[in-house]
Design a protein around this ligand. Structure first.
Ligand SMILES: [Zn+2]
Ligand SMILES: [Zn+2]
Length: 174
């Protein structure tokens, strides 16, 4: 993990404070979900999150996990993403405690990279200045093919071309 990411994370007292301002307590199930999202640093869907939470505390049921997730989202501690819908209607969750970043999604293998570069902050400042806008939330998603999938796709296209050529050669013979 980068030092800057570590610093950007909210401490447990800060999470507790953010919830308190909205009239919520940092209950054990909320803490478990926040910890899971923080620790994995990944973009987990609700079902995966439920499985992991259930492993930690078998008393946690699906309804509680989904309800808690919704509450964490509403209180601004957790972000809900669709990641270009690369896997259908699935939604993903990540902690808001990370510094703002863009998501780079491979539409073939589903790999998600995070971009934390300064141009994002610059874009934010420009939008605020140009439109006199107060930004509460900004989301940047980029879809395409990762380096690995570009190679595989080129092979697939070549193979499809060969198969097509072979099929048309057979037709011409017959
Ligand atoms: Zn890929
Ligand atoms: Zn992310």
């Amino acid at each position: 993990m980068l030092e800057s990411e570590k610093e950007a994370r909210m401490s447990q007292p800060a999470a507790r404070e953010a919830l308190k301002q909205r009239g919520f307590r940092l209950t054990r199930q909320r803490q478990i979900l926040l910890d899971l999202l923080d620790r994995t640093g990944a973009h987990l869907d609700a079902e995966t999150l439920y499985r992991l939470a259930h492993e930690k505390d078998p008393k946690l049921n699906r309804v509680t996990v989904y309800r808690t997730l919704k509450m964490l989202k509403e209180s601004g501690l957790v972000d809900e993403l669709d990641l270009m819908h690369h896997a259908g209607d699935q939604h993903y969750y990540e902690t808001r405690r990370k510094q703002e970043h863009a998501h780079i999604v491979c539409l073939r293998c589903g790999k998600v990279e995070e971009y934390f570069g300064e141009p994002l902050q610059k874009l934010r400042r420009e939008v605020e200045k140009t439109f006199g806008f107060q930004i509460l939330i900004a989301r940047t998603e980029v879809g395409g093919y990762c380096a690995h999938c570009q190679v595989l796709r080129a092979q697939e296209v070549a193979e499809a071309g060969q198969a097509e050529a072979a099929a048309s050669a057979r037709r011409n013979r017959g």
